[in-house]
Write a protein that binds this ligand. Sequence first.
Ligand SMILES: [Zn+2]
Length: 420
Amino acid sequence: MTKNSFTTLAEEVIARCRKLATLSEDAVGTRRTFLSPPMHDCHHEVSSRMQALGMNVSVDAVGNLRGFYPGASPGAPRILMGSHLDTVPNAGAFDGILGVVLAVAQVESLNGLKLPFAIEVVGFSEEEGVRFGVPFIGSRALVGRVDEELLGRKDENGISVQKAIQTFGLNPNEISRAALGDDILGYIEFHIEQGPMLESLGRPLGVVEAIVGQNRLEFIFSGQANHAGTTPMNLRHDALAAAAEWIVTVENLARSTPGIVATVGFVEAKPGATNVIAGEARATLDIRHASDHARTETLDELIRQAEAIAARRGLTVKWRMLLSQNAVLMDSFLTEQIEHAIKKTGCEPHRMASGAGHDAMILAEKIPAAMIFLRTPGGISHDPAESVHLDDVAKALECGHHLLAQLASSQEFLGRTCRA
Ligand SMILES: [Zn+2]
C-alpha cells in the first residue's frame, strides 16, 4: 500500500463512519444503544463490508458483531481488533465505530494476503452503559463476566437485559459461547482520544500505556436547616457551604497533584429553598489516575479534608464508595510494537494514559491488550461536532499495516501462550 492508497482508504473509512451515524434511534442526531432496532441496520452495513472481504460473519449472544478473516493455515491463532458499535445520546460519528471500521479497512488493506494469524474483528454491542446503566456488556461476555444479576437489570422501560437479547433475536442461554477461546494472541483497539492531549502536542497518534483507575463516591454533609433571615452567621451549620468549601479543596488538591483528575459533578441541597439554610448537601466525587497508589493517597486526603471541614463547621459527613476500579496496564510488548509502527509512518508516538474506560480494559483481564489513540480535533467527543483529520486516519491505517507486518514476523509474538 502506498501513502496515497492509505489516504483513499481513510476517505472511505470516514464516509462509512458518517453513514453509520445516520443509523439512529432518534430522528435527529445519533443514538444507538445496546440492541436497539438501528443496531440491526448497523450490523447489516458493517457485515456486508466484512463479507465482501471474505470474512466469516456472526453475531454472538450479547449482540457483538464478529467477522473472522482466516490465517494462512487452518488452526492458526488469532488476534482481535475492534471497538464498540453503541453510542451515547446525541453522539458523534467516530467514538467506538471508528475502531471497528478501521479494523475492517485494515483487513481490506491486506488485499487478500493471509498472515500467520487470523484476524477477528469485533464490533462490541455495548460499551457506553447508556441503556442499562452498566457499561461494557459486550466485552464482559468475552471474558465470561455476564452474570444473572446483569441479565436481570432493567432499562427505563422495564425491559431486562435478558429480554432485550431475546427481542433482538438472540439466545441468552448461548452467552458462554461468546467467551474467548485459547487461541488468542492479543487485542488491538483504535479509538479517538476524546481529549486535547495529542492535539496540543501536534501528534496524530498516541499509544496507550494504561487505562486509569477510578473511584466514584457520594458524600453527604449533614448540618442544621434553619431560617435564612433569623439565624446569625456565627450560629449556622450550613451543609451546602461545607460542601462548597470541600469542592474547592478537591479542585485545589487535584491541580497540585500531577496526573490526578478529580471532579464533583453533582450536588444537591436539602431542603433546597432560597430562604432556608441547607441542612443536608450531597456531592459526588470522581477521581482518576494511572497509578493506583497516587489515586488512593489523594482520595484518602480528600476524605480527611471533608471530615476536617465538617468538624470545623459543627457538621457531620458520611461517604460511600460507588465504584472502585484499579488502573489497567496495556500489554508492554504490543505497546512497544505500536510505537515502532507509529514511527514507521513518520510520526513521533506519544505514550499516554487513557482517562476514560474502554473495551481494551476489560479484555486485558484475560488477554494482552493494546490501544492506539487518534488525535481528536478540539478534544470534542460525545457530541455531533466530534471529528477526525483525514491524514490522521490514513496514518492510523498505515500504522496498523506496519503493526500487522511486525507481529506476523515476530517469533516472540507468535510463540505466546494465551492467558485466556
Ligand atoms: Zn468509545
